[in-house]
Design a protein around this ligand. Structure first.
Ligand code: CA
Ligand code: CA
Length: 499
């Protein structure tokens, strides 16, 4: 919620003064507009059907997703949900057992006037990240915090300090409930430290769980930021003391970490280090006791936040996925981020086929013309059983004004070396500025993509039901039997190399 993101909030408020307001929802049946708004380009892939995952009247943003690795009709989504008894933001969980046809919406307990648990007493929770293990259990982490003083006081810095903790929640009933909640990293230093943006991963061999996050240290001005990792060897009931992977108390600005654990129990981390304009990587081969010295995977140019012409903020984080299949790319790692070097944002991916020892040069994932002024951002990644790499992201290429959002999907058939197939996944375009929390346009800071057993599923914050006079956001998604889609759809200049 703060640090890099908090600083972006200042910019968001300042930039909001003169920018254009929302223009409503643009439905786009039959394919996107051609150049200069002309007739639809053909042949053009038809997007998969979209489903409302979380669509109550209040804002719901910033989704993460995990397809059950045991039953691919069961999918759990987490998000920031304002549909709470007192109107505060709290972590929601949404589950389907029928492949996305119907969803059950709920909240992690502990919210004001809600069921009591370890989160009781916190004013807000947010920043969901959810994964499934091979048995179909789900693990969910987020941030719990108190704004001090209350958010009505117009000082962004004051609103951001206060107690903050990393919480962990677990579902052992196929995603229906998350009754087991613990503070994996309690708030230790009130008003000095802010724990932010956790991610969770599970080791298939041992059942060990890992959480990585950013710990901001706040002095008279912003201090340093440390990238921390903790481990649980008892299914999340208790957690180790943190290991610092990168950053110091006085310098460093690493926010947006991603984590996976491979088949050999090696823990892999990727993250942006803004003070170095770099994407960095480190790993642990001793079950999280120590981590290698961070290495640079790529130089980056950090994008503006917000990205004109829209007002919602656009910080950048990494996401990472591992190939759990049995083909020759098994164990390959894929890390995605976005970069502004071309003068607009583009999605990039780096691959490692040797457990993180070496990484490929960055590959541009979105295949529209470079430096065309169109933004792609909030990238997510997953790998399916045959080793295909799927990347999801917001894309504004269908709108020459670079305003209306669609969610797009790119696929690599060659281990991340190229992404010949780009197609829309959302079946409408929408204006992100129609999602508002208070006076701020806000769609969260990321999207989610996950896969298992022939299904690719993605979720994104979506404003298709909002209007200028009635701002709102929902989480929408698509649950796609992707092989069927690829066999029946039309793609220009793409031949699918069926395995
Ligand atoms: Ca671009
Ligand atoms: Ca809503």
């Amino acid at each position: 919620m703060l640090g890099t993101r908090g600083r972006k909030l200042f910019a968001a408020v300042a930039a909001a003064v003169i920018l254009a307001v929302a223009v409503g929802v643009l439905y786009r049946p039959g394919g996107p507009a051609g150049p200069s708004g002309g007739p639809p380009v053909e042949p053009y892939p038809v997007p998969p059907p979209n489903c409302p995952v979380a669509d109550l009247p209040g804002e719901t943003t910033e989704p993460s997703i995990a397809v059950s690795r045991k039953d691919n009709n069961t999918i759990v989504v987490g998000g920031n949900d304002l549909n709470t008894p007192t109107g505060i933001v709290w972590c929601g969980h949404y589950v389907t057992h029928d492949g996305g046809k119907s969803w059950k919406q709920g909240l992690i307990g502990g919210y004001p006037r809600g069921p009591r648990n370890a989160l009781t007493g916190f004013r807000d929770t947010c920043d969901s990240n959810v994964v499934s293990d091979s048995q179909g259990n789900f693990y969910y982490v987020g941030v719990a915090y108190n704004r001090v003083p209350p958010p009505s006081i117009p000082s962004a810095r004051r609103t951001m300090v206060g107690p903050s903790a990393i919480f962990f929640a677990k579902s052992t009933d196929n995603g229906d409930t998350f009754g087991q909640v613990v503070l994996a990293r309690p708030s230790a230093l009130t008003h000095v430290q802010f724990n932010d943006k956790p991610v969770v991963a599970v080791d298939d061999n041992t059942g060990d769980l890992y959480i990585a996050w950013s710990s901001f240290h706040i002095g008279a001005v912003f201090g340093g930021c440390q990238l921390m990792v903790i481990r649980s060897t008892d299914g999340g009931a208790s957690w180790s003391s943190p290991v610092t992977v990168d950053g110091s108390l006085t310098s460093g600005d690493n926010w947006g970490v991603s984590i996976v654990v491979d088949q050999n129990s090696t823990v892999h981390l990727g993250w942006p280090e803004y003070s170095l304009n770099a994407i960095r990587y480190a790993r642990s081969t001793d079950r999280g006791a120590t981590f290698s010295a961070p290495v640079e995977i790529a130089a980056i140019v950090y994008q503006p936040s917000p990205l004109p012409p829209t007002r919602f903020r656009t910080p950048m984080q990494t996401q990472m996925a591992i190939d759990r299949g049995t083909k020759n790319t098994s164990g390959s790692l894929y890390l995605v981020w976005v970069d502004y070097a071309s003068g607009d944002t583009d999605v990039y991916l780096a691959s490692s086929h040797d457990a993180g020892s070496t990484w490929s040069d960055p590959v541009r994932v979105n295949n529209d013309t470079e430096s065309n002024g169109i933004d792609q951002f909030f990238a997510a990644v997953t790998v399916t059983d045959e080793g295909w790499v799927h990347v999801g992201f917001y894309d504004r290429r269908s709108d020459p004004e670079n305003r209306m959002l669609e969610y797009w999907w790119a696929i690599s058939f060659d281990g991340g070396a190229s992404f010949p197939l780009n197609m829309p996944m959302s079946d409408v375009a929408f204006d992100g500025d129609l999602s508002q929390e208070g006076d701020l346009a806000f769609i969260g800071d990321y999207t989610g993509m996950s896969s298992a057993n022939g299904t690719v599923a993605a979720v994104w914050c979506d404003t298709r039901r909002a209007t200028e006079s009635a701002p709102d956001s929902d989480i929408y998604g698509a649950v796609v039997p992707y092989k069927d889609l690829l066999k029946t759809n039309k793609f220009a200049n793409v031949t699918v190399p069926w395995p």
